[in-house]
Design a protein around this ligand. Structure first.
Ligand code: NAP
Length: 304
């Protein structure tokens, strides 16, 4: 059986690793450094908290410096850490290595693929929700779906059946870029405004004109980027998501509230960079980026 190496033992990485281990799959965790490895060993494993109770999984772990070859790698760090993380592992990747990239937004996937021209990079877009209650203790907060796909090769990998066995709800798609663009547009329409207005998602119902203007600009952006399916009825879906998640704080809001770096670089910055490349004005989107950068800078957080 091919081992699943999981880099990034945060929310999503732990959610995948524990469910794969529970299904009897060989899993190896890759931690940031020897200090994190020692902390993990002291904790005795990963704990997954679910509605039915919590269970501990003593999954073996190592750092990037281990020497065993990697055939399958689940990259579960934040987008801004992805390129550096795979660079540290490149020498261990077998010639037939496959990577599953769980990063949100767009941009980090291309950077990773460019570093590893021989490896297959499968992109993922997930609506599952998880958060870290404590170090190495993750709460499965929201059931969802993970779409997987490879823009360069439409054939599904044979291990998708393993995900079924592990209870990881997923679907293979030949349109993963449409999914990622759509999610990027949703994130750009909602997350920055929740930070600037310091509100839950539902708070945006008090700013309908701002949301509508952004959706119109994002629709223009998706169309000029050759993503008509991702542009379809964007505004209605944004409103639907705002209503369905009214009591939630967006991931960007949570990051700012906890003084953590945001993923603005692969969301709003990426959207604005694509607009500039197409010589598209999009004044409201660009003003939103400037306001968000000022907001982050004022709080001592990275602005990219
Ligand atoms: P997270 O909880 O912050 O976990 C990221 C993990 O990556 C951390 O444990 C971090 O280590 C680790 N890491 C970073 N660089 C590393 C390196 N070089 N070597 C080893 N480990 C490294 O993040 P997350 O919430 O799981 O998010 C991961 C991605 O999934 C993001 O792009 C996010 O937008 C996306 N996503 C998340 C969710 C969700 O519900 N959480 C849902 C959909 C999509 P330390 O612990 O040492 O800092």
């Amino acid at each position: 059986m091919t081992a699943w190496h999981v880099l990034g033992v945060g929310s999503l990485g732990s959610l995948w690793a524990t469910r794969l281990a529970r299904a009897g799959q060989p899993v190896r965790l890759i931690l940031r450094d020897s200090a994190r490895l020692a902390a993990y060993r002291a904790a005795g494993g990963l704990t997954l908290v679910e509605p039915g109770g919590s269970s501990a999984y003593p999954i073996p772990a190592e750092t990037a410096n281990a020497t065993t070859p990697i055939h399958r790698l689940l990259l579960a760090c934040k987008a801004y850490d992805a390129e550096e993380a795979v660079a540290a592992l490149a020498a261990r990747l077998a010639p037939d290595a496959e990577l599953i990239l769980l990063q949100n937004g767009l941009g980090s996937q291309d950077a990773v693929a460019a570093r590893l021209p021989r490896s297959r990079c499968i992109l993922a877009s997930s609506t599952e929700g998880a958060f870290r209650e404590a170090d190495f203790r993750v709460v499965f907060a929201g059931h969802g779906y993970t779409w997987l796909g490879d823009p360069r090769d439409p054939s599904p990998p044979p291990w998708l059946t393993v995900l079924d066995e592990a209870g990881i709800a997923h679907e293979w798609t030949t349109d993963i870029l449409t999914r990622l663009w759509r999610k990027l547009a949703l994130n750009c329409a909602i997350n920055p405004l929740t930070v600037l207005h310091d509100c839950r998602n539902g708070g945006l119902l008090e700013h309908p004109a701002e949301v509508a203007t952004l959706c119109a600009e994002l629709t223009e952006l998706l169309l000029i980027s050759g993503q008509p399916a991702a542009a379809e009825d964007l505004h209605s879906e944004v409103l639907r998501v705002i209503q369905a998640t009214a009591s939630n704080y967006s991931s960007m809001h949570q990051d700012v509230a906890r003084q953590r770096r945001t993923e603005i670089g692969v969301l709003l910055d990426q959207a604005c960079a694509v607009a500039t490349r197409h010589r598209l004005g999009l004044p409201h989107l660009k003003a939103l980026q400037r306001r968000l950068v000022a907001h982050l800078t004022a709080r001592g957080l990275p602005s990219h």
